[in-house]
Write a protein that binds this ligand. Structure first.
Ligand SMILES: Nc1ncnc2c1ncn2[C@@H]1O[C@H](COP(=O)(O)OP(=O)(O)OP(=O)(O)O)[C@@H](O)[C@H]1O
Length: 277
């Protein structure tokens, strides 16, 4: 277990190498649930070492788009899609590419924190290793747990109680535990679907700080309904809209400053200024 008892972690070999963050590109992505088309030819580049925020009114397809980015969309029976998703130039939907490869390279944090409630904090962080059949020594696991909890901004709060169950943490701590769990398999991209919507303002701030600290090592794509949050955390922003029952499209995207202060499309201006949605 990770305690102050261990020796020089930096001297030990790491369980997994930290890969460079990747650029993710969606090309002409369309999506359907049965006959209902919910996205129409959406293209977006989500650059490495940046936070990209996806904004737009409810039902315009942001979460669907996010799930397409790590092949979770195809888990839904009625779901279909067209287009390509490139991870540093390689299509994650290419025949022959394993779905598990996409899921491991492109992690996901959900709206509602979902730690394994009866599992210890320590084992929660390492849960992805087992799923991906990654072997590690005890010392390697200890180092990984400390590293990921530190990156997720939770280490100091929990280092003396790593054997307590995940369910014993507050909502904000649980969400940071889920971030730590995602980081443990060394993703190159981290997708976050409204990660703060179930949290109080203090926990929200803490997650936002974590996002800021992480962006140099993992590309982040976040769906948020909170315009202040999008303005605070993101470098680039994409505004989705599905008007009058038509499928969702990206109306405008670009640097967050521009999207909030000088958008080109009046609908973007109306949305970011709270005039609809
Ligand atoms: N599992 C599903 N089965 C059928 N239709 C779905 C399913 N999930 C989403 N949809 C539909 O797809 C459209 C886009 O939904 P999606 O959840 O992606 O939008 P969103 O912009 O993320 O909304 P919100 O901001 O409210 O989360 C909606 O019309 C929704 O009803």
């Amino acid at each position: 277990m990770a305690t102050s008892a261990y020796t020089t972690p930096a001297a030990r070999p790491r369980v997994l190498r930290t890969p460079a963050p990747a650029t993710l590109e969606a090309e002409d992505v369309s999506a359907w649930f049965a006959a209902h088309k919910v996205l129409d030819r959406v293209s977006l580049t989500m650059p490495a070492r940046q936070v990209t925020a996806l904004i737009g009114p409810s039902g315009c397809g942001k979460s669907t788009f996010l799930r397409i980015l790590n092949r979770m969309h195809e888990l839904i029976g009625s779901a279909a899609l067209a287009g390509r998703v490139l991870l540093d130039g390689e299509d994650i939907y290419d025949r022959g590419r394993r779905i598990t490869h996409a899921r491991r390279s492109i992690g996901m944090v959900f709206q509602k924190p979902n730690p394994f409630p009866a599992m210890s904090l320590y084992d929660n962080v390492l849960a992805g290793l087992k799923l991906n059949a990654i072997k590690a020594t005890r010392a390697g696991k200890d180092d990984l747990v400390e590293e990921c909890l530190t990156k997720a901004g939770l280490w100091k709060e929990v280092k003396d109680r790593l054997r307590q169950p995940g369910g014993a943490l507050s909502g904000g701590q649980q969400q940071r535990l889920c971030i730590a769990r995602s980081l443990a398999v060394r993703p190159r991209v981290l997708l976050m679907d409204e990660p703060c919507s179930a949290l109080d303002p203090t926990s929200t701030r803490r997650i936002e700080e974590t996002i800021d600290e992480l962006k140099d090592e993992v590309t982040i794509v976040i769906v948020t309904h909170n315009m202040q949050q999008a303005a605070r955390v993101s470098d680039t922003c994409a505004f989705f809209l599905a008007s009058h029952g038509t499928p969702g499209v990206i109306v405008e995207h670009g640097p967050t400053d521009m999207m909030f202060n000088a958008p080109e499309d009046p609908r973007t201006s109306d949305y970011v200024n709270g005039r609809f949605g």
